[in-house]
Write a protein that binds this ligand. Structure first.
Ligand SMILES: NC(=O)c1ccc[n+]([C@@H]2O[C@H](COP(=O)([O-])OP(=O)(O)OC[C@H]3O[C@@H](n4cnc5c(N)ncnc54)[C@H](OP(=O)(O)O)[C@@H]3O)[C@@H](O)[C@H]2O)c1
Length: 275
């Protein structure tokens, strides 16, 4: 890495870094691989050091060698501030932020473990909002930057058995759209990606064990590389939000025509056949 007169570590081409949260697997690892291939240097964040190192080792591109991993649990109180401070202390300029890390807690809301739900909300909601604010502020003062927040199709309607997860993803879309409006004209772009089912470890990590559900999810899923590509394309085109997959766009359009109380009833009936 090269240092400028202020001691700030920037890339050879004077560009900053793309920071991807949840880069140790799934869609996040694909974001990292594709950003590296397009010439970016990466900061990879996630909890699992070994898997982050694997992603780091798989990066290919002119600035791949400048990339680094910062292992961190973003569901811990104050994690976003620590990550921002660590980047600042190392002089790493983040000009692209991909808020991808997220987790789900599956099951009836009243039967869920409150601690697991709270940890999920700290990750999906609090860390995402704080990272957007902290790095977004820096981007605004430099007059340029890109933020891609990963929501979910599930956030478009209340979703039984994924109640808190879906609500957290509704937050992601609303927050992203508001942030985008606030930052319009500052040179900072904010886009939101809404995937449907994606073939990753997400279902297993969310505690979904039903073979029927997993079969349905698999049959209706896109692969992580495709979803990452859709997200990065939306970011490059400065789209406000995009739903990944034609089938999901069609379902979202149908649901949007209905009163808000109806889709959850449809989702409940559909899910109860699968779990
Ligand atoms: N897969 C789907 O069907 C689907 C659908 C819609 C939306 N999404 C969204 O897409 C995003 C990526 O999910 P995915 O499908 O790629 O799932 P995944 O395979 O489970 O990957 C999740 C990533 O987030 C990281 N992560 C989880 N908890 C973390 C924590 N406390 N602190 C820091 N990093 C953490 C994980 O790394 P570590 O374990 O190393 O921490 C991993 O890299 C999520 O926001 C998810 O909600 C997924």
């Amino acid at each position: 890495m090269n240092g400028d007169a202020n001691g700030t570590m920037k890339g050879r081409h004077g560009e900053g870094f793309a920071l991807v949260t949840g880069a140790s697997g799934g869609i996040g690892a694909e974001f990292a691989l594709q950003l590296a291939a397009s010439g970016r240097a990466l900061i990879l964040v996630g909890r699992n050091r070994g898997r982050l190192e694997s992603t780091l080792g798989a990066l290919r591109g002119p600035r791949a060698a400048e990339s680094l991993a910062i292992p961190m649990d973003l569901s811990e109180q104050g994690a976003a501030s620590r990550l921002h401070a660590e980047c600042a202390a190392r002089g790493l300029v983040v000009d692209t932020l991909v808020n991808n890390a997220g987790s789900g807690v599956f099951g009836a809301a009243v039967d869920s473990d409150p601690q697991a739900v709270e940890a999920m909300l700290r990750l999906n909601v609090e860390a995402l909002a704080s990272l957007s604010a902290l790095f977004g502020r820096d981007m605004r003062s430099r007059g340029s930057g890109d933020i891609l927040n990963v929501g979910s199709f599930a956030g478009l309607q209340a979703t039984p058995y994924f109640a808190a997860y879906a609500a957290s993803k509704a937050f992601v879309l609303d927050f992203s759209l508001a942030l985008r409006a606030e930052l319009a004209g500052t040179g900072v772009n904010v886009s939101c990606l809404l995937p449907g089912y994606v073939r990753t470890a997400f279902d297993a990590n969310a505690g979904i064990g039903s073979p029927a559900y997993l079969k349905f999810s698999e049959a209706n899923s896109l692969d992580a590389a495709t979803v990452a590509r859709i997200g990065l394309r939306a970011l490059a085109r400065r789209k406000s939000w995009t739903i990944a997959g034609a089938r999901n766009r069609f379902a979202a359009a149908l649901f949007s025509l209905l009163p808000r109380s109806i889709p959850p009833r449809i989702m409940r009936a559909a899910l109860e056949r699968l779990i």
